[in-house]
Design a protein around this ligand. Sequence first.
Ligand code: PEP
Length: 252
Amino acid sequence: MSRKKILLANWKMNTNYNEAVTLAQEMDYERKAFAGIDTVVCPPYISLKGVGNVFAFDKSPLMLGAQDVFWEQDGAYTGFISASMLKSLAVSYCIVGHSERRHHAKEDDKTVGLKAQALLEAGITPVICVGEPPVVYEAGSTREFVSEQLSVALEQVEDPQNLVVAYEPIWAIGSGKVASPLHVQEVLSALRAVLEARFGAERAEAMRLVYGGSVMAENIHAYSEIEELDGFLVGGASLDAQKFAAIAKNMK
Ligand code: PEP
């Protein structure tokens, strides 16, 4: 089964509005590097419109993503943003369950699943993040841990369509440490098995699995042989258009 490669930029809580618009322009300037790869840029909420305008005006192949969503449609939920609101800004992907949200906003697997389902209903592709803390990694229990995270979240998902799963070991995010190719391969196989158990082999086979955690152009060659790996979710290195484009070039 051949799945299209995907590369996601997670700008986290970085860039003010003007900086985000400028960075979006710089990214689009590098568009040749992204040819053949679904490339998704996830700025902070306040810059979704501005970044989307840059991509629309430039007829850019780059796509717009969000970093989070709330699962209700509308109503008395001060400060929250719904999937249909994101859809109205031409958002096509949205990260859910990033470990920083699980940590700082106390999100759990069930709410991650509710968010994924709300996105699917709105026609937005969820990128469900899972990943283990260092203590779980050191105990050798990563596969069990992330399989449980994903299967509990998927209980809320009726029709997965084309959802993406991101494996991001917490100890590798922003730390400069990367997971070994063998470890990533084993974990992705376990995640594929969870998708199969929930949705059947054929549908599971079509879904994309990505790795995230201190990814840079210099360290992704090691992952090129991993059959299950369909791309990367990138934090720090996505704040520089040339560094991000270099990752895309090295994916080919
Ligand atoms: C992330 O935030 O999802 C991430 C992988 O960050 P970094 O690339 O900086 O480790």
